[in-house]
Design a protein around this ligand. Structure first.
Ligand code: SF4
Length: 267
């Protein structure tokens, strides 16, 4: 008897990891962040959704302060795709030449402006489509950038995972993952609705100013009782609080410091 041909297995979705924290701990962690900064804002300056998109594209592997310095004068003359195209790639390049990788970024700003105008001619000036997949398809726009725009311009509860969010999520145990995608997937699942709008900004601020890459300032951390990180630093200049072998520490420190392709915060 012939063996029936086996049906192709349906593709299974990648499994989403788990938080190391309990629901109550996660709520307490965000409550602590909220108590310090109830309305966190991104640090990238912009005047509308389009300039936010451009600013985030320019911010890859650059500081927000450096980007703001260049975009202030740029956005004063070009705050819509129409005006950016009228300026032209050479002049855009000149405005952003102090930012790393400026040639490629200027090219992308022009290319994405062309796409927006050609594909969404009816959008009000300075607006962008409220569509993460579409935004992600634009030149120079990755998942993180699209998530920032969806969050800041449209109020979606997206979690843009930059190097600070990645580190803070891993160290605290809130969303442990080896890749930004894995961390984002856990955050999407475990961040309570009430904190969803500001979650990624709180994590950026926490990672940037307190849970720093080289030396986390655990001695003044508001979530130290919740945090699952083993190597807490309990005083300025102190050694990590556990005394494991240096090889183990090096491996763990590297893992906690950031994903392989780190980038700076999205504002
Ligand atoms: S206790 Fe230390 S490692 Fe944990 S979140 Fe705070 S600063 Fe980061």
């Amino acid at each position: 008897m012939a063996t029936p041909a086996s049906k192709p297995k349906p593709k299974s979705k990648p499994r989403v990891g788990r938080s190391k924290l309990t629901r109550a701990q996660i709520a307490a962690l965000f409550e602590a962040f909220r108590a310090i900064e109830p309305e966190p804002k991104g640090e990238l300056e912009h005047v509308n959704a389009y300039t936010l998109l451009v600013a985030v594209v320019l911010s890859a592997q650059a500081t927000d302060a450096g980007v703001n310095k260049a975009t202030g004068p740029l956005f004063a003359v070009a705050d819509t795709p129409q005006k950016m195209l009228a300026l032209g790639e050479e002049q855009v390049r000149d405005f952003v030449k102090t930012i790393g990788l400026f040639r490629g970024k200027a090219k992308n700003v022009i290319a994405l402006s062309e796409r927006l105008l050609a594909e969404h001619p009816d959008l009000p000036a300075g607006d962008v489509p409220e569509d993460r997949d579409y935004l992600e398809s634009l030149p120079g726009v990755g998942r993180k950038t699209a998530n920032v725009v969806m969050n800041m311009a449209f109020g979606h509860h997206t979690n843009a995972v930059d190097t600070h969010v990645f580190r803070a999520s891993n160290r605290t145990g809130l969303a442990p993952g080896k890749t930004v995608e894995a961390v984002e997937a856990i955050l999407d699942r475990v961040v309570p609705e009430a904190y969803g709008l500001h979650a990624h900004h709180w994590l950026i601020l926490h990672g940037r100013y307190l849970c720093k890459a080289r030396t986390p300032e655990c001695w003044r951390c508001p979530v130290i009782e919740i945090c699952a990180f083993e190597d807490k630093v309990m005083a300025p200049g102190a050694k990590p609080s556990t005394a494991k072998s240096s090889a183990a520490k090096t491996g763990r420190a590297k893992k906690a410091a950031g994903p392989k392709k780190a980038s700076n915060g999205p504002g």
